[in-house]
Design a protein around this ligand. Sequence first.
Ligand SMILES: Nc1ncnc2c1ncn2[C@@H]1O[C@H](COP(=O)(O)OP(=O)(O)OP(=O)(O)O)[C@@H](O)[C@H]1O
Length: 257
Amino acid sequence: MSILVVDNLSKQYSKNVQALKQLSFSLEQGESLGIVGESGSGKSTLAKILIGLETYQDGGITFQGSPIAPKKRALLRAYRKNVQMIFQDAASALNPKLPIWKSLLEPLKNYKEFTPSFIDVEELSDKDIARELLGLVGLDRSLADRYPGELSGGQKQRVSIARAISLEPSLLICDEPTASLDVTVQVQILTLLKKLQQQLNITILFISHDIRAVTFLCERIIVLKEGSMVDQFELGKLYEHERNPYTKALLDAASLD
Ligand SMILES: Nc1ncnc2c1ncn2[C@@H]1O[C@H](COP(=O)(O)OP(=O)(O)OP(=O)(O)O)[C@@H](O)[C@H]1O
């Protein structure tokens, strides 16, 4: 069964602005799907709809067989735990006044009923759980006592990834997570996401304007243009002649950078 099904989704902000036009796709458990498109193609709108920050007019979204806007609060709470998101601006997810270890533990404190399988939360102190999470994302455990302002952009993004995966989400939505980072740091973050996806069997929906980032991480790619899907293919078919001219143009533009 697909973990996520987006069916004929349309979003209109105003009479003249239709951000998504009858978008349909599905995502299988453990898969990494990339959505690539230029500015204004509707990527952020899709991400916001998927995490419930934005409404939509037509179509539907099904997560693990249930509609994602269930009326019962408890179901919604389970959805929010199971679908975690990483944003471009990692700093915004971290309270500047809290040491890193406290920020890291916020999701686990919100879902006290949940115990991650990869950390022995029963046996460890709160700070040690935070240190374990730092280790999982390749950060030095001593960063636990620092504040967000004392971390680099890449370190902050790793912390936000650690927070998101602490809840062992079934689906991780990444909205331009590397866009504000230097190229070498971008590769490190993408490599980390790839490793975590395999290690924890997380399904990833990776949204980016950067076709290089998408093709580095994702097995399957959807190309969005002005709210419509114009191409969809497996990574191995990236350079095949049947690719949509728009996909080819994105590839050509990326190779010129
Ligand atoms: N809150 C809003 N009100 C009105 N129009 C909006 C709103 N948010 C986005 N739009 C419009 O919807 C369209 C899609 O925007 P969206 O932000 O989803 O694109 P995007 O692909 O994420 O772009 P970018 O990469 O620049 O963030 C654009 O035409 C945008 O101007």
